[in-house]
Write a protein that binds this ligand. Sequence first.
Ligand SMILES: [Zn+2]
Length: 258
Amino acid sequence: MKYFVILILIAKTVTHLSAQSDQSLFNNHSGHHDWAYSGQYGPDHWAELDPEYRDCNGDLQSPIDLVHAVCQAKKVDIQFHYHPFFVDLINNGHTLIEKVVEPKALELDGETYTLLQFHFHTPSEHHVDHKKYPMEIHFVHQNQAGDYAVIAVLVEYGIRANPFLAHFMKSLPTHVHEERRSHEKADPMEALPRNNHKFFYYKGSLTTPPCSQNVSWVVMEKPVQATEIQIAQIHNILYDDNRPIQDSHNRVVYLADY
Ligand SMILES: [Zn+2]
């Protein structure tokens, strides 16, 4: 089995998380089956690997292709309350070593969410108008009821270095089980596009087992840029860690504006 590597960046702030939720986001050590992005443990088989992964065959799965032509316009209230923090980079496919959170980091559609963690997918998981991007950043949040909100930022190739990524490019942990701390503070706001009040909004799932179908997806309409070198450095660690596009089953996708 190809060794699955995930790069998790954890906010080093405030309080420790007690919920089991983000543990299940990266599973293993939780007694659940290993999974991968290809082969016999790949996405086509996730639902059969473990009874807890049943949702992976559900009707509200992510990612999906986001198509402007069939989106509905909607006003959705969104407020970001992020703060800069030192980032611990953990290169670990099997355990989430530390769980640290930033409470009340996000208000979305009347709900308040805590920021749990963020991580990368190379290439992107969501497509826009049938087009994929070289990278996608996920900021994973959770509310008190246990439901998730994920802010997704698509990244395209550009000439100028991405300022958010620049904070920790020199401290990327290239080996599994390696953890490295950045020496500069990073602010999630730096990762968002300038117009961060226009986004695709739909109900979907976690894109990794257990594929729980309680996720409000906010995919920024406009991509941000990063250099080819920045994206390649991350891809060299992660390989391809993108779940294939899922059937939308005629779900309503909103193009939201605040
Ligand atoms: Zn993700």
